[in-house]
Design a protein. Structure first.
Length: 417
């Protein structure tokens, strides 16, 4: 076959990847972008990356140049603050790509990429990954509630009303911003059907939305790791020599993750393990005094931590997807998660895990109670979960993404004909 063509008979594409997250940070956006770049490299594509600082130490990832833009830290997340004009100029003055991939557009960085695509006549694919509108609602209400907490209770009624109104207004403002961004894109990819519905409720045109999930590294996350010496050692230690089931959470320790709901498990005869770090770690250590906090783990360390658990619990009800749920399922674990957002599509209730009513600590506790009392059910759900994620490898998911790139190119040609 001609070396200028890939195995599927198409020529390799030139892709500009614009990410709202630094590749050096640990979160769903940067993780997905790195898996995409790995696969693009394997398939002989060319790519360039623009992302918030810091860039990787050598200024490249997977052999592709990474250009960084200035940021400001918010909740330990680096948010791009560069004006749009320099970014647009940088894109328009650089090599013209076949496609512009915009990961989680919300700031001026994502907006600039979409504008540049329009001006260059280059199709854009926007990836919806974070429900920032939900976050805005939460933060606005927390800000007003913080004032109300310092006022005598009988005088706070009006402040509580202001809190609710502020939350709704903040959510509406950000929802309109999200809709503006995604309606500019040639194609928007939502990770789940719940996320697609959410985008439509914001005002994103349904015809622009397609479904594209996330991959999972089944070579790294798998039940066989439970026999690894370190994973087995951790399980013996955490389970107190097999006398307590090990319940685990993996993710950022931030307000939107609602990890404080795990307080409901404080008096159960289980060992809670919290894997991750973030701005709420200090508070959570106080609220979960008997939990094991491992800090941030990566690679084999993270895989061994999953393998040392008996049950995985996810707490955030504002997730568009839930990558840690997939990693837990690939590790052969039953999953307990809120019946909200991405988990609704990922967890087949009573088959691969259990869904509890969002924010309902009693229901969360009841779900954990049910599984800690039924070891055969835990094993069955774990096996079902493993079967459910088989085939959702990152290479396969990125190959599907490339098909969407080509669809966006066709749509762009048709619109400009």
């Amino acid at each position: 076959m001609n070396s200028n063509y890939t195995e599927d008979g198409h020529r390799p594409l030139s892709v500009l990847v614009v990410s709202e997250s630094s590749l050096e940070q640990t979160n769903g956006v940067s993780g997905s972008v790195k898996h995409i770049l790995d696969r693009l490299s394997e398939r002989g594509f060319t790519a360039r990356v623009i992302a918030p600082q810091p860039a990787p130490a050598n200024g490249t990832y997977a052999g592709f140049a990474v250009d960084e833009v200035p940021t400001v830290p918010i909740q330990k997340f680096n948010v791009a603050i560069s004006p749009k004009t320099p970014i647009i100029q940088s894109i328009e003055n650089g090599p013209k790509p076949d496609i512009i991939h915009v990961a989680a557009p919300i700031s001026k960085l994502g907006h600039a990429a979409l504008i540049a695509g329009e001006e260059l006549g280059v199709p854009t694919v926007a990836i919806y990954q974070t429900d920032v509108a939900q976050y805005a609602r939460r933060f606005a209400r927390q800000a007003v509630d913080g004032v109300a907490d310092g006022v005598a209770p009988h005088r706070t009624g009006w402040l509580r009303k202001v809190s609710k109104a502020a939350g709704e207004k903040a959510e509406d403002i950000v929802a309109k911003r999200i809709a503006q961004m995604h309606n500019m894109a040639t194609l928007t990819l939502a990770p789940t059907d719940q996320a697609r519905k959410r985008l439509e409720s914001f005002g994103v045109q349904p015809s622009l939305i397609q479904l594209w999930g996330r991959g999972v590294d089944s070579a790294l996350f798998n039940p066989v790791r439970a026999t690894d010496a370190r994973a087995a050692q951790w399980h013996r230690k955490w389970s107190h020599d097999g006398t307590r089931p090990v319940i685990g959470y993996v993710g950022r320790l931030a307000p939107e993750k609602q990890v404080e709901l795990l307080e409901a498990l404080n008096n159960l005869n289980v060992q809670l393990v919290v894997v991750g770090g973030g701005p709420m770690e200090g508070e959570l250590r106080e609220r979960l005094p008997h939990a094991v906090f491992t800090g941030m783990l990566h690679g084999l360390d993270l895989a061994d931590a999953y393998a040392a658990l008996d049950i995985f619990v996810h707490t955030g009800n504002e997730e568009t997807f839930g990558q840690t749920i997939q990693e837990a399922m690939a590790s052969g674990l039953p999953v307990i998660a809120p019946a909200s957002g991405g988990p609704i599509d990922l967890v087949d209730t009573n088959v691969t895990g259990l869904l509890y009513r969002p924010n309902d600590e009693d229901d969360l506790r009841a779900c954990v109670d049910r599984l800690i009392e039924d070891k055969p059910l835990r094993r069955l759900m774990g096996a079902n979960g493993l079967a459910a994620v088989q085939g959702r490898t990152w290479p396969m998911m990125v190959d599907r993404l490339i098909e969407y790139y080509r669809l966006a190119m066709d749509l762009n040609l048709a619109r400009r004909a």
